[in-house]
Each structure stands twice: as structure tokens, then as C-alpha cells.
Design a protein around this ligand. Structure first.
Ligand SMILES: NC(=O)c1ccc[n+]([C@@H]2O[C@H](COP(=O)([O-])OP(=O)(O)OC[C@H]3O[C@@H](n4cnc5c(N)ncnc54)[C@H](OP(=O)(O)O)[C@@H]3O)[C@@H](O)[C@H]2O)c1
Length: 240
């Protein structure tokens, strides 16, 4: 069945590829981001069943207003993909850099997730999909705010999944856990392995959305890495 799916952060990388994949599967897409020229070219490329809205997720009130405007354009929203995210991999500690990651990945994400849950509850159905990361399973010295922000996302979505389970509304919550994916975020980064291209990642994410999975690793083999990370003793991790 075709759905109306909003994708927050659809101007590049995983979000853009997912917009194209879900559109190809017959869904109506609401794409957001700050780079309006990219939204415009996505609109040109896809033609029909595509709506766009400028949105900076750190402008909390405006982000909600933009989501409501997008909903009007789309004549409703059945699912929302919370994909917008930033990282700051660096040796030097930057207070400002850390706060920006937290504003986008934690506050920006939670603002839209909580609002969407209420919106879906009022309309009796909906699907929230959050794009987390394998980095969520450990605190990494090169990007402590990033890994912590994704751990927040996992726990937050798990809580909402349980809440949805106890609700009369038909609400699903999916946590997507990618390993490395080729994108602007990972450009030039060293030491990566098992790198998926965005098309492969988008296909697997779209499959997980269709099946309303609770959790999905992208690509599937990253489940193994997640399992290994969870069993590494803390004293070993601290020395690595
Ligand atoms: N690539 C990987 O290996 C990998 C692995 C695990 C998880 N992830 C997660 O996957 C998601 C997508 O990342 P990507 O790899 O596809 O990177 P990307 O190409 O850099 O895409 C990031 C997206 O987030 C949007 N965004 C960033 N800051 C924003 C803000 N303040 N307001 C609104 N939108 C904002 C960007 O749109 P604008 O700049 O146009 O606003 C863009 O559409 C992120 O949540 C990331 O943490 C990526």
C-alpha cells in the first residue's frame, strides 16, 4: 500500500537515496533539509508525489511549523524518517562542536520524534523511523557527542516503542542501525570497512520500513560488530 512518508534530512547521502527508493516503490515523499537547491533538484528528478520544505531541525519551533506545512502539502503523513544528523570526528575537543551535534542529533531529533508521536496518536496510526548508528554501542574518543547522541536515540525510540505497544493507536517505531555508509559524512574518513553505498543502504532501510521491524542493521553483517562491541569489557575498550 502506498504511504505518505516525510524524510527529515533528504538533501544528501542516506536520506536522499531513501527518498528516491521509497518514491520508486510508489510512496509519496515529503523531503526536508536546509539546502533548498538540493530539494529543488530532487523535486525536478522525481516529478510527481514529491513535496519539499526547508527545515533546520535546530530551529525547534520552526521545524514543527515546517512539518505541519509539509503535512498540509502532502494531505497527511503516515510515516516519518528522522535521518538528519551530523558528526564531529576530531582529536581536538570543541565545546561548540559538541553542542552542535547534541542540538541536531538529540534535541532536533527528540523535538520531531515527540511531536510526531502525538500527531500519530491523534490520527490513530503512524510509523516513526530513526536513523541511529553502530557507534551508539560505545563511547568513542574521536566523537563522544556523536556516539552518545545515537545511544540517546536508541533508548528514546525503545521507550516510545513500548509506549506505542500500550496504546490503542496503530503506531510502529523502527530503529535503523547503519555501520559505514558512503556519504558526505564519511567522505575522506580513514579506517572504514564494510562500506555500503547509499543505494544498498536505502534498499535495506526501505525493506525494514515495509516490515515495520523494531531494529535493522544496515548492512545486515553489522549485527556481528554490534554484538562484539557489546561484549568487549570496558577496561579493554578504554585502552583501545
Ligand atoms: N554515513 C554513515 O556511515 C552513517 C553511519 C551510521 C549512521 N549514519 C546516520 O545517517 C544519517 C544520514 O547521514 P549521511 O551519512 O547520509 O550524511 P549526510 O550526507 O551528511 O546527510 C545528512 C543529512 O542531515 C541533514 N542535516 C544536517 N544538519 C541539519 C540541520 N541542522 N537541520 C536539518 N537537516 C540537517 C542534511 O541536510 P542539510 O545539510 O541540507 O540541512 C542531510 O540531508 C545521520 O543521522 C547519520 O548520523 C550515517
Amino acid at each position: 500500500m502506498s504511504k505518505k512518508i516525510a524524510i527529515i534530512g533528504a538533501t544528501s547521502g542516506i536520506g536522499k537515496a531513501l527518498a528516491e527508493e521509497l518514491h520508486a516503490r510508489g510512496h509519496t515523499i515529503g523531503a526536508t533539509g536546509r539546502r533548498v537547491e538540493r530539494l529543488e533538484s530532487l523535486k525536478q528528478k522525481l516529478g510527481t508525489r514529491i513535496h519539499t520544505a526547508y527545515m533546520d531541525v535546530t530551529e525547534f519551533d520552526d521545524a514543527i511549523d515546517q512539518l505541519e506545512l509539509l503535512k498540509q502539502q502532502m494531505n497527511g503523513i503516515d510515516s516519518i524518517v528522522l535521518n538528519a544528523g551530523v558528526s564531529n570526528f576530531q582529536k581536538r575537543v570543541s565545546h561548540e562542536g559538541d553542542m552542535h551535534v547534541i542540538d541536531v542529533n538529540v534535541r532536533g531529533f527528540a523535538n520531531l520524534a515527540a511531536y510526531s508521536y502525538s500527531m500519530f496518536h491523534r490520527q490513530d496510526h503512524g510509523h516513526i523511523i530513526g536513523i541511529s548508528s553502530v557507534a551508539s554501542f560505545f563511547g568513542w574518543g574521536l566523537s563522544a557527542p556523536y556516539s552518545a547522541s545515537k545511544a540517546f536515540m536508541n533508548t528514546y525510540l525503545q521507550g516510545y516503542r513500548q509506549k506505542a505497544n500500550h496504546s490503542d493507536a496503530d503506531i510502529s517505531v523502527t530503529t535503523i542501525i547503519p555501520g559505514f555508509v558512503e556519504s558526505e559524512m564519511t567522505e575522506g574518513k580513514r579506517g572504514m570497512f564494510w562500506i555500503a553505498d547509499t543505494d544498498k543502504a536505502a534498499t535495506q532501510i526501505a525493506d525494514a520500513i515495509k516490515k515495520k521491524k523494531h531494529r535493522a542493521y544496515i548492512t545486515k553483517r553489522w549485527r556481528l560488530v554490534a554484538w562484539l562491541l557489546k561484549i568487549i569489557p570496558h577496561w579493554v575498550w578504554n585502552r583501545m
